[in-house]
Ligand binder design. Sequence first.
Ligand SMILES: Nc1ncnc2c1ncn2[C@@H]1O[C@H](COP(=O)(O)OP(=O)(O)OP(=O)(O)O)[C@@H](O)[C@H]1O
Ligand SMILES: [Mg+2]
Ligand SMILES: [Mg+2]
Length: 302
Amino acid sequence: MHIGILSRNRRLYSTRRLIEAAEARGHTARVVDTLRCYMNIASHRPSIHYKGEEIEPFDAIVPRIGASVTFYGCAVLRQFEMMSTYVLNDSVSITRSRDKLRSLQLLSRKGLGLPVTGFAHSPDDIPDLITMVKGAPLVIKLLEGTQGIGVVLAETNQAAESVIQAFMGMKANIMVQEYIKEAKGADVRCLVIGDKVVAAMKRQALEGEFRSNLHRGGTASVIRITPEERSTAIRAAKAMGLRVAGVDLLRSNHGPVIMEVNSSPGLQGIETATGKDIAGQIIDYIAKNGVTPRKAPPKPKG
Ligand SMILES: Nc1ncnc2c1ncn2[C@@H]1O[C@H](COP(=O)(O)OP(=O)(O)OP(=O)(O)O)[C@@H](O)[C@H]1O
Ligand SMILES: [Mg+2]
Ligand SMILES: [Mg+2]
């Protein structure tokens, strides 16, 4: 196979590992800088141009699209889809996963466990919103935050009210969530490939911190997950339409609750914690399940 890895930077751990894994299996791989792809979308024969030339055909594309380039990255990925190239995660699923509210609404519809979560626009509705999510302690989150930045724990209703007011005053989109205290500052990352959880790790927050993000000083260790956690993670990835996903769970008193589903999960933390060759498993999955024949684009219907 000839695999294209959509990534901004070839030196990133996950990108490097995917190339290594592809080459180790006798495939070829090329890093394509997402932001250097450009295209004529009105052409009757969809194509992508790259640094002055039409890009070569790929058997599969592995999108590694960072949160800051979601919009353009998904447009490029959609163009590959137009060209009938197999994409590991498709543009619709990635767009979906980047909107925390939309994701939680979808997961809820599938009956998956979630922390009680509320969302409101008007400051007039704050007291009611706080009551609706059962009062403090509450977690308040910026919808577009990452790496734990913009996630605040409010210990009292009064603190919650002023933090929500402040965020609303800044026109920031937020959601308000029940604080899962019994998780004790830990979450579980399940790495899903296809219909399997291939690896799982526990991330534990620093002493005195509730956010377990590795960027916030959290530490990762290998963990055994329960059958219920396993099936929750697999169903969550499926509900989102993702073939590869990092599903983050909290261990609550009423079973696993999903915090979020990541569509470009990092490989460094989980490979280091578990010692598993996740990049290799991703390439093996594509070789087995992916790769549509390149020369036969589907006939237009109707
Ligand atoms: N409702 C909650 N109850 C308990 N702990 C929570 C809750 N929500 C978040 N946390 C803790 O805070 C951390 C960061 O929250 P979250 O993952 O939602 O945001 P983020 O990491 O900033 O977003 P992203 O992962 O998309 O970058 C989580 O890993 C978890 O440890
Ligand atoms: Mg997170
Ligand atoms: Mg995330």
